[in-house]
Design a protein around this ligand. Structure first.
Ligand code: RFL
Ligand code: PHB
Length: 389
């Protein structure tokens, strides 16, 4: 087979790139290891920056998002018995949209299918060949049958555990990583959200987050130990612990119910450099991971796709290589700022096993400063709604 861009990974990065390329008549084939149902069963991100919303509009798949997504102009931060609101709209003149990654992915699949885009599911043993030459190719198997795609470019959109990053030789690749000494236990429940905006809580017992997917679907998280498993937590124990970590007035009105999903996610900061090797470009979680505290993973995948799409558009429509040549540097500049914000916001809100009394006082002072200082709030709001690209 032949195509212009071979895309490895049918998550949000891969699908969005394929869909945008389709709008300018550039052909692609998406290779996905799982089935579509499996991809759509993954519960992940919930908060979309304006940049991602604009890209979904450009890709022609934002109708349902506009109809069903909820615009949030601010969020609540609580610590101990205190809480305060960061007003994104007033401070940064922007908002975020609460709309699940599952729904974004579903909309992208629908759009790809409507456009007749090629997506191959259940691929195995994907291998990248000659990425450092002008004529790369990808090989893979489906049901034991070998296949080959010759292409101009390869987009590695296959997430943190994919094969694309590993195709860049270690002599070229440098990785930066921080593992956090805790995880997040997340619960999805068919209950009304406790509040109409997100609540990020720093409590003595550890971090908690109250989020949502819709008026009748809530998403809650609590910081947990990495040695725990979801089976260790009954629904009742989860609700009790969540109530102890959020402001009392919220705990009193929290509506509980059976969980429909319960999982533990580890927290990690990770960046690989460069994000391009020859004709291979890494996008999204394949190149970087952030702890979920800042709600940045999916949004940063989208900003990578933006830079790559602009580069490929200039290559195909104008015959210039400047855009693809500057892809890695441009994407990484923004990635590192997002890493900084996600690391800072995580450090502000979690309890660390080795935290000293002094460290706790520093965290409290930082929260007090954020509560009372407009400049600090502005910086927080600008980062939360998304740095420009
Ligand atoms: P994905 O979504 O991991 O998709 C990669 C796809 O590649 C496939 N794949 C392969 N296909 C072919 N061959 C191979 N060898 C392959 N290896 C893997 C996989 O099956 C998969 O379908 O990466 P992508 O597209 O870069 O998207 C990144 C986002 O999914 C991720 O950053 C976010 O979900 C992170 N995240 C959040 N991001 C936000 O922006 N806002 C949030 O509110 C937010 N909350 C979260 C999150 C992630 C979480 N978890 C579970 C990690 C909350 C949680 C709990
Ligand atoms: C979510 O709704 O899943 C969510 C929201 C905000 C975050 C992380 C996750 O910071």
């Amino acid at each position: 087979m032949k195509t212009q861009v071979a895309i490895i990974g049918g998550g949000p990065s891969g699908l969005l790139l394929a869909q945008l390329l389709g709008t300018i008549g550039v052909e692609s084939i998406v290779l996905e290891r799982q089935t579509k149902d499996y991809v759509l069963a993954r519960i992940r991100a919930g908060v979309l920056e304006q940049g991602l919303v604009r890209m979904l509009e450009e890709a022609g798949c934002a109708d349902r998002l506009h109809a069903e997504g909820h615009v949030h102009d601010g969020a609540l931060i609580s610590y101990g018995e205190e809480d305060f609101r960061i007003d994104f709209k007033q401070l940064a003149q922007a908002s975020v949209v609460v709309y699940g990654q599952t729904e974004v992915t579903r909309d992208l699949y629908t759009a790809r299918e409507k456009a007749g885009g090629q997506i191959v599911f259940n691929v195995e043993h994907v291998q990248i060949h000659r990425a450092d030459c002008d004529n790369p190719h990808v090989t893979y198997e489906v049901d034991g049958q070998a296949h080959r795609i010759d292409c101009d470019f390869i987009a590695g959109c296959d997430g943190f555990h994919g094969v694309s990053r590993q195709a860049i030789p270690l002599t070229v690749r440098r990785e930066y990583e921080k593992i956090y000494p805790f995880g997040w236990l997340g619960v999805l429940s068919e209950t009304p959200p406790v509040h109409d905006e997100l609540i990020y809580a720093n409590s003595k017992r550890g971090f908690a987050l109250c989020s949502m997917r819709s008026d009748h679907l809530s998403r809650y998280y609590i910081q947990c130990s990495l040695s725990e498993s979801p089976a260790d937590w009954t629904d009742a124990a989860f609700w009790e612990e969540l109530k102890r970590r959020i402001p009392t007035d919220m705990a009193e009105k929290l509506v509980t119910g059976p969980s429909i999903e319960k999982s533990i996610a580890p927290l990690r900061s990770f960046v690989t450099e460069p994000m391009r090797w020859g004709r291979l470009f890494l996008c999204g979680d394949a190149a970087h991971i952030v702890p979920p505290t800042g709600a940045k993973g999916l949004n940063t995948a989208a900003s990578d796709v933006h830079y790559l799409f602009q580069g490929l558009k200039a290559f195909y429509l104008e015959g210039t290589e400047a855009g693809i040549d500057s892809y890695s540097a441009k994407a990484l500049r923004r990635v590192w700022k997002v890493e900084r914000f996600s690391w800072w916001f995580s450090s502000l809100l979690h309890r660390y096993p080795d935290q000293s009394e002094f460290d706790l006082k520093m965290q409290l002072a930082e929260l007090d400063f954020l509560r009372s200082n407009k400049a600090a709030q502005l910086a927080m709001a600008q980062n939360y709604v998304g740095l420009p690209y």
